[in-house]
Design a protein around this ligand. Sequence first.
Ligand code: GLY
Length: 363
Amino acid sequence: MIQLLANTRSKEYPVFLSRGGLADAGRLWSSLGKRGKVVIITDANVAGFHLAAAEASFAAAGLETSTIVVDPGEGAKSLEMVTGLYSRLFVLKTRRRDAVCALGGGVVGDLAGFVASTYMRGIGLMQVPTSLLSQVDSSIGGKTGVNIPEAKNYVGSFYQPDMVLADPALLKTLPRDQLVEGLAEVVKYCLLTGDAFFDNFEIGNQEFLALNTAYVEPVVRRCIEYKLRIVSEDERDYGRRAVLNLGHSVGHGIEVAGGYQRYSHGQAVALGLLAAVRLSQQEFGLPEEYGDRLLSLLELLGLPVRIEGIDPGEVLAAMASDKKADDLSANMVLLKRLGEPVINCDVDAGALRREVERLVAGG
Ligand code: GLY
C-alpha cells in the first residue's frame, strides 16, 4: 500500500493507493481515530459491484454503517438530490461526528462531497473513487458541487476529505468507455508532468488499457502526486491550480456545444488537449512532433481526434460563456514545454478559431 499526504491550507489528509484496499477501508478510517457512523453514498451501478465489500469492511472495523443509493449518471448532481440526501441523513440521525463515504466515480464524489460539506455545516468525508477519472483527478483536492439547470458545477464548495482511498483493482469493473474517458485525464497529466512520463505512457498505454496492475499503479500514483502538489500550492484555485484545466477550455466548449450528449467529458478533453498542444506550438514554439505524437496516442487509446456533428462556431460560443473564461481568449492553459504549463494565455481569437475548425475538419 502506498500512502501519500495531501497537504492543503485547510487540511492534511492521507491518500491511500492500494490494490484491494477497499477491503481495508474500515481499518484505515478507524486508524485516523474516527468512530462515528459512516453513511455510504453510492450509485446503483457501483453498488452492484462494490457496496457489499465496503459495508463488510466498515462492519469489520466496528463502525456503524448506513447506505444511500442514488441513480447513476450526471442527473444525480442536482440541488433536488442534495435536498433529498439532507433529509435522508437527518432521518438516519447523522450528526457532526459522523461521516459520508463517497463510493463511486466523479458524480458521486462531487455530490456526496457537497452534501458532506454543507450538512450540519460540514461532517466527515471519505472519498473512495471507483472510476479512473475520479482516482486520478476528481477525488483529490476538495472540489465538490452540483449542477443547476443553466450550467454544470455552478454550485459547490472546496471541502477537503479526511481520507482518500484509491483502489486500482476496482477499475476492472469499469465499462471500457469510462476507462478510456479517464485516460484523457491521464494524458493531461502526461503533458503537464513532462517528457519522461509522456514517453513512458506512449510505450505502455496498451498495458494500461489491459489493466496490467504493475503498470497501472505507478501511472495512477504519478497523476495523484502531481495533483497533490498543485493543490497544496493553490487549494482554492486562485492561480496555479488552473494548470489542471489544460485541454478543458476547448473541451468544455465541445461538451456544451454537443449538449453533453455527443461527447463525454473525457472525449471532449482529449480533443481540447489536441487544440491546446497545437496552439502551444504556435504560441510558444512547442516542437511540432508533440501534436503528431499526441494524436497517435489518443487514437491508440480510442479517444476522438476529430469533432463530428458540431459547428466550430457553436464550440467557440460555448467557450465564451464558460464560467472559467473571464474573457474568451485570456484563459487558456498552454505548454511552453512538456512539463511547463502556462496559465492565462492570451490566445489570438483567429488562431483559436482555426484550431477548432481544424478539429472539425480532422487532420
Ligand atoms: N479538476 C480540476 C481541479 O480539481 O482543479
